[in-house]
Design a protein around this ligand. Structure first.
Ligand code: HEC
Ligand code: HEC
Length: 275
């Protein structure tokens, strides 16, 4: 009787002890979860950082409309004048194609610079003879165009003070009521120097500058009538023209770093889309 009673008591205290441990563990875990800092990768900052690109992509804001802060990096910041020049304007201005004032040539730029930044902006926005409106850069903001002009001017004998660095666009005063030169909506130039780029990529990085608008008499992308006599020359004939240049068509279409295969891919891309 007494033995079984003490056994019972022992059994009961073991059960209570067990319950107590379980309760303590549960409480400790709960309290710990509430009070100790969460693991680093779950912190608000880390989570915000991880989802940030998605959140930004979904804002629907035009990328170029980002604040005019001169942030050095990041695809949302306005591109620098040098960047715009190197991806767009250099197609004509590097070699003076079609009579474009040549980059770095102070003599050729002097009479242009004399017009002042407002005059130059007016020409760049509206086009001037063989200079197409916006220099073919349909997706350049006014500020980006202005920066590109300032970059060329500063490297071509002009004072870098030709325009105040504070990029507050004085909105091209002369009303651009007449929009000449219909610039075809053009994809942003993907200037990625990866190996074996597609014809599509080369076209949009280099050739579109002239072939999307027919600038300087270039056969227009998608225009079967203009391309038919070209296509009749056969790929070898076209490659010969593209490699060596032909009248206003510059050698390699200004794509100095294009391989022959990449050039041929770009020609094929244009031909395929212009039949
Ligand atoms: C398809 C060729 C071509 C491209 C691309 C091009 N330009 Fe030009 N640009 C010209 C030609 C040609 C002229 C000379 C026009 C004239 O005076 O008859 C010129 C002249 C200019 C002038 C001087 C205008 C003036 O009033 O004297 C500016 C400024 C200019 N370009 C800016 C740009 C900028 C900025 C870009 C790039 C965003 C660009 N250009 C891209 C062909 C081009
Ligand atoms: C600066 C302007 C410009 C750029 C950039 C340009 N082209 Fe051209 N392209 C021309 C002009 C102008 C012609 C017409 C030449 C003529 O027949 O007088 C032409 C013609 C051609 C032709 C037809 C040649 C023929 O024999 O009839 C091919 C092919 C061609 N371009 C390929 C390219 C490729 C590929 C690129 C890009 C890698 C490119 N072009 C970039 C201006 C340009």
């Amino acid at each position: 009787m007494s033995a079984s009673s003490s056994e019972k008591g022992l059994g009961l205290s073991m059960v209570l002890f067990g319950v107590a441990i379980v309760v303590i563990v549960v409480i400790k875990t709960a309290v710990g979860a509430l009070t100790s800092p969460p693991p680093a990768d779950m912190s608000d900052a880390a989570v915000a950082e991880r989802i940030a690109p998605v959140g930004q992509m979904n804002t629907g804001e035009p990328i170029a409309a980002a604040a005019p802060a001169p942030a050095a990096s990041g695809s949302t910041a306005p591109r620098s004048g040098e960047e715009i020049y190197n991806t767009v304007c250099m197609a004509c201005h590097a070699n003076g194609v079609a009579g474009a004032p040549k980059f770095g040539d102070a003599e050729q730029w002097a009479p242009r610079i004399a017009k002042g930044i407002d005059g130059l902006m007016h020409s760049a926005l509206n086009g001037l003879n063989a200079m197409p409106a916006r220099g073919t850069c349909a997706n350049c903001s006014d500020d980006e165009l202005k920066a590109a002009i300032e970059f060329m001017v500063s490297k071509s004998g002009g004072e870098s003070a030709a325009a105040p660095a504070a990029a507050e666009a004085p909105a091209a005063a002369p009303a651009p009521a007449a929009e000449p030169a219909p610039v075809a909506a053009v994809e942003a130039p993907a200037a990625e120097a990866a190996a074996g780029r597609s014809g599509d990529a080369i076209y949009h990085a280099a050739c579109f500058v002239c072939h999307a608008t027919g600038a300087a008499g270039a056969p227009l992308f998608g225009n079967a009538e203009q391309w038919a006599p070209r296509i009749a020359k056969g790929m070898d004939g076209l490659m010969h023209s593209a490699l060596n240049g032909l009248n206003a068509m510059p050698p390699r279409g200004t794509c100095a770093d294009c391989t022959d295969a990449e050039l041929q891919g770009a020609i094929q891309y244009m031909v395929d889309n212009s039949k």
